[in-house]
Write a new protein. Sequence first.
Length: 473
Amino acid sequence: MTINTIKKHSPLRGLGALFLLFALPSMAQDGGISPEMLAKIQQSKPKGNAEKALVNAMATMSINDLAKNAAKLGKIDTKFSIETPKQSIHNQKSSGRCWMFSSMNVLRSRFALEHKDTLAVEYSQDYLFFYDQLEKANLFLQGTIETASKSMDDPEVKFFFRSPLNDGGTFCGIIDLTKKYGLVPQSVRPETYQAENTRLMSNIIKTKLREYGLELRSMVNAKKKTTAINDRKTEMLAEVYRILSMTLGEPVKEFTYAHRDKNGKIKGEEKTYTPLEFYKETVKEPIEDTFIMLMNDPRHPYYKVYEVEYDRHTYDGHNWRYINLPIEDIESIAIASLKDGRKMYSSYDLPQMDRNRGYMDLNLWDYSTLFDTQFPMNKAERISTFESMSAHAMTLTAVDLDKNGKPKKWKVENSWGAGNGQQGYAIMTEDWFREYMFRLVVDKKYVPENILKLKDEKPTMIPYDDPLFKAEE
């Protein structure tokens, strides 16, 4: 029966006819769950008393408690054949700044190594995070200007408005932000509550940015002069700057500082610095000329250069550009760096991780046995289906090699505080590392020449909505 038939033959009119239409029994569309299909589905019942017992247990217990692999509960082997010098553990708290903590871990470890461990430096995350948020606000506003002619339903426009601001990122942010704004010691600009708890601050600024984005689109489409649009954008950024100053503190422009050893004892005379002067003194070599980004993404051909669109922190900065390599090559490069005492920025997905113990193993929880089913997707399939992505950055610090020089396990410095995991560190098995490690940033001198020369090739562009490239948190 059609709507027209109902209207013609029924005394009901308007809403009454519509109600009658939806009250009629419906026939299953192709692709829907028909009564026959549902009957077949419902035939899948508990297979025996053991499964019935599991059903009862799941009503009152955590799935992870039931799936816990008892064979993996023993003492964790914490001995490593190659380990870089330890340093103080930091804590990103309730923020997505793992990329910044991991990057700064690398920079401060290089400073200590340069001074043969006689000096130590702690960089301020709060200071650089201020400019990270300001630059990302500008990246969004400029993006709305440049896409103003497109519909709000356009995927690129949706990309900007869906997430005008975030606190995640990559090593590219450290490259561009430090070069532009420098660094300051943590003692000069310590963490604020809002830096450690970013969600509400970020949401407030995102609301303003979406409002501003609509206004800028209207100005562009109303054919306002470019100077007027840019002036208005500057006013908008001034408001964002004011909010950031209230929540993170006004960025320091000059400060006095005396270097200290790792025990906090003052070494040398107090000096006056600008942030850029402090950056140049403690980092020395330009970061972009020192490091190279590598990836293991089995969806794409290896030994090729790729670049992720819009995966950057500043409008005038660098997108994430990397050489895609087999995991064996990445491991060899990482081992060479660790043998020379050099820590590295690295990033991972975090399934099968015991966060309390700081341990990653592919079989910590046996979901396959618990549910009597298999989970056979490989690394490429997990990425393609949004099952797995580069989600969390940590600092690669150690590797344990067997008698043949092959890795058995790896160790990372995390940014969840010294009370987490193995006194702030986490240990991962070799099998886990191969499945869930994605990014590595390493000094170029540890990369074989045949691989290093690839960096100058024209990159293949990866779209901004690629499943692998979530901002690391």
